[in-house]
Design a binder for this molecule. Structure first.
Ligand code: HEM
Length: 326
């Protein structure tokens, strides 16, 4: 089927974004095996191990319904969301600077369509492919003496300089003082399809309605290890725990399948607001732990870059992971 793209968004990269191509890549099961080994084979997630489940609502804007025929943009829908602190340590201190914050959510319009995103508080990922992720992890596997081999890590980093960019981004920002006080990005290029069949390449971002809440390193050091849930309780009680879902549009020539790169001037591009997500209550963690948040689960009218092996490796990796945790 030939797909139509809006005139301003037409490029070969965009057309390619809609054609499923499943390249030969590293086995997601192998990646998870090493992730788990490097994080102590504990029972929680090997990534985003520490987190809390929440209930909420998503209310779309009129612009969203015009840009995408997805049922989630037709009316207010319930949300199940999990906010997390990155890495595989379920006891990591909430104010740790070197790990990302995660935001996974499922918008469920009541059975006709679900849409799930798994985002982080950085506009780029640390690897661009499952192969690179496997090599990144393998370089960190301890040697016979039980220690990581600094020379192996240095050689990998030298050959793969883009793998340091996400860490540098996080290091350049204040420590998030609230889970709802920081921006989160979907990172991948997605395609919105409107009722007339016109496709537009976009990137998703969740923008905190109350603005960013950043801590200095000294403030972060003074925070209790588990302050983020208490912060959320206070903000939910005050009805101020909310995000705007926005998109920026792709332009001809924009790369849709390299998660280690932002588009040129991406941060300066105008955004379009697709809706508001309000957090209404803490939820039992079972509601977030009993199934994965599946980046491939998108309601008709929103599509992920199925020609990007990094994107398509996520669901199989998460499926392996849930079978091995708890
Ligand atoms: C090949 C690529 C990737 C692999 C193999 C991978 C692996 C994993 C695994 C095994 C988990 C635990 C899942 C579970 O037990 O439910 C996880 C969770 C997570 N990943 Fe990834 N990941 C990949 C790419 C990404 C990217 C690109 C992002 C950011 C856009 C991301 C963000 C997250 C977040 C936020 C969580 C926590 C999920 C939750 O709250 O349930 N991952 N990842």
């Amino acid at each position: 089927m030939k797909l139509k793209f809006a005139a301003f968004a037409l490029s070969s990269a965009l057309v390619a974004a809609s054609a499923p191509v499943f390249a030969q890549t590293a086995d997601p099961g192998k990646i998870v095996e090493i992730q788990r080994a490097l994080t102590g084979n504990q029972k929680a997630r090997p990534s985003g191990a520490k987190g809390q489940c929440f209930a909420g609502t998503f209310t779309p804007t009129a612009e969203a319904a015009a840009l995408s025929k997805s049922a989630i943009f037709a009316k207010t829908s319930p949300v199940v969301a999990r906010l997390s602190v990155g890495g595989g340590n379920p006891k990591v201190a909430d104010a740790t600077k070197t790990v990302n914050r995660g935001f996974s959510f499922r918008i469920d319009d009541g059975g006709r369509a679900e849409t799930e995103f798994v985002m982080v508080n950085a506009p780029i990922n640390f690897v661009k492919s499952p192969d690179q992720m496997l090599a990144f992890l393998q370089a960190r596997v301890p040697g016979a003496d039980g220690r990581p081999d600094a020379e192996k890590i240095r050689a990998f980093t030298e050959a793969n300089p883009e793998t340091t960019a996400q860490g540098r981004y996080l290091a350049s920002k204040p420590v998030p003082g609230s889970w709802v006080g920081v921006n989160y990005w979907g990172i991948h290029g997605y395609t919105l399809t409107d009722a007339a069949g016109v496709n537009r390449l976009v990137k998703f971002k969740m923008v905190p309605v109350g603005g960013e809440v950043g801590l200095t390193d000294a403030e972060a050091a003074a925070k209790p290890a588990d302050f983020l849930v208490d912060d959320m309780k206070a903000r939910i009680a005050a009805n101020t725990a909310a995000f705007d879902m926005v998109v920026v549009f792709g332009r001809p020539g924009d790369e849709a399948t390299n998660a280690t790169q932002q588009w040129p001037d991406e941060e300066q591009r105008p955004t379009t607001r697709l809706g508001r997500m309000n957090f209404t209550a803490l939820a039992k963690n079972e509601a977030c732990d009993e199934r994965i948040f599946d980046p491939l689960n998108l309601a008709d009218g929103i599509a992920g870059p199925t020609n990007d092996p990094l994107f398509t490796a996520r669901q199989p990796a998460y499926a392996v992971s849930i079978s091995q945790r708890n």
